[in-house]
Design a protein around this ligand. Structure first.
Ligand SMILES: [Zn+2]
Length: 410
């Protein structure tokens, strides 16, 4: 039994901050959460006094990739060996966990399946990963690398699976299932608003995934492709840069989550040019940024459930570690800090279908807990200072004891 003490606790459900909190952890689970004066700490418990810190649920990044390209590698997404990227991704996994991300949803890339399994087996440290396997796109669609002939793409792509027609769409889903995918990622639109699949194809993709017990995430900016995905029963909308009132009402009514992915655009604009990203792509990102933020704020204000997703993990300038940027940008756009935290905890867990196990500091939930100095409901940037991380009841990272003492109120 472990007893975690901290001056403040945010439980993930948005209901304020508990002062002088104690969390009891037995094995992999949380067994009690109370203020210190109401709870007797069992004498045999190992006490971890985090002092003047805020304790909160492990963060969830609901849109990542684990396939980081080497800087300057021309067409690295296709031609750099996936084995090399996978080894690089093990470093990203460790850094993400150290930064407080205990769960991540990979939405495209075959290798994340193996990374997930290595972490789950305890071979290497990292967040709990849910992986989609290859993302499914249309012929000539987003992430179908058109500089290769189609037969090459089929052979070497470790990011995308091109599918055409309802039957092949079902087959593409089954292939990911066979590979061990936890969910399915589909490309309903590209970077613009053109619908990439017919309604029948979209329906086949989502129906087959649901039949096999997998949720579906759709890359969809807006327009007919997004509407098809909503109507066919998609679970989460990724990006959603051009949501209209009809979309928002539908998402609210059917409990469909929006993952706005603000951080990737910010990084592309800020750091892309240094890494050789073409100016036209940077300009396009700048054009997208405003609509992305406006669409997110419209959804947030209208009551659509929001999750946080950095979309990090492909580019050399989006390596995992500072994924908190997504929460910082949400707050900068006008979201309340507490709501950004709920998006990255409770909502993230629900969007992944794990709301009964993760996302809240509550008796019965899995003990994924992090702590940071300061109070992120006051200053969201404080989440960059996470220095305590527990995943499934095991301490991965904690402040040195003298440091803990210095932070203590006693
Ligand atoms: Zn992505």
């Amino acid at each position: 039994m472990k007893a975690l003490k901290a001056n403040r606790l945010i439980n993930g459900n948005g209901n304020g901050v508990l002062e002088d909190a104690v969390v009891l952890v037995d094995g992999e689970k949380i067994v009690a959460v109370e203020s210190a004066n109401k709870l007797r700490i069992p004498p045999d418990a190992e006490v971890i006094d985090l002092g003047d810190r805020t304790l909160l649920p492990g963060l969830i990044d609901a849109h990542v990739h684990f396939s980081p390209e080497e800087a300057g590698h021309l067409y690295g997404r296709m031609f750099e060996p996936s084995q090399r990227k996978l080894i690089r991704a093990t470093v990203d996994a460790r850094n993400a966990l150290a930064a407080g991300f205990t769960t991540m949803r990979d939405v495209g890339g075959r290798d994340a399946i193996y990374l997930r399994d290595a972490i789950a087996a305890g071979d290497i440290p990292g967040p709990r990963i849910l992986a989609s396997g290859l993302l499914i796109t249309s012929t000539g669609g987003h992430e179908d690398p058109r500089y290769l002939t189609p037969d090459w793409v089929r052979q070497i792509s470790h990011l995308s699976r091109v599918a055409s027609g309802p039957d092949d769409c079902r087959e593409a889903v089954r292939e990911q299932y066979r590979l061990g995918a936890d969910l399915i990622k589909i490309m309903s639109t590209g970077l613009g608003m053109l619908a990439q699949f017919t309604y029948k194809e979209t329906e086949a993709l989502i129906d087959e995934a649901h039949k096999l017990g997998m949720r579906v995430a759709s890359h969809a900016n807006g327009g007919p492709g997004l509407k098809d995905a909503l109507k066919a029963g998609v679970d989460t909308i990724e990006h959603g840069t051009h949501l209209d009132e009809e979309d928002l009402a539908f998402m609210r009514a059917h409990n469909i989550f929006l993952c706005p992915t603000l951080a990737i655009t910010e990084k592309l604009i800020g750091e892309g040019p240094k890494y050789g990203v073409a100016q036209y792509m940077v300009n396009a990102a700048r054009d997208r940024e405003d609509s992305r933020i406006q669409s997110f704020m419209k959804a947030y204000r209208s009551g659509v459930k929001i999750t946080t997703g950095s979309d990090f993990g492909l580019r050399p300038f989006t390596r995992h570690g500072d994924n908190v940027l997504e929460l910082v940008l949400m707050v900068k756009a006008g979201c309340a800090p507490m709501d950004a935290i709920v998006a990255a905890t409770k909502n993230g867990a629900e969007a992944l279908g794990l709301g009964d196990r993760l996302g809240q500091v509550q008796a019965g939930k899995v003990a994924d807990l992090i702590a940071t100095r300061g109070d992120p409901t006051d200053r969201i940037e404080d989440l960059y200072q996470v220095d305590f991380v527990m995943k499934t009841g095991a301490v991965f990272r904690q402040p040195a004891s003298e440091d803990r003492h210095a932070g203590s109120s006693e």
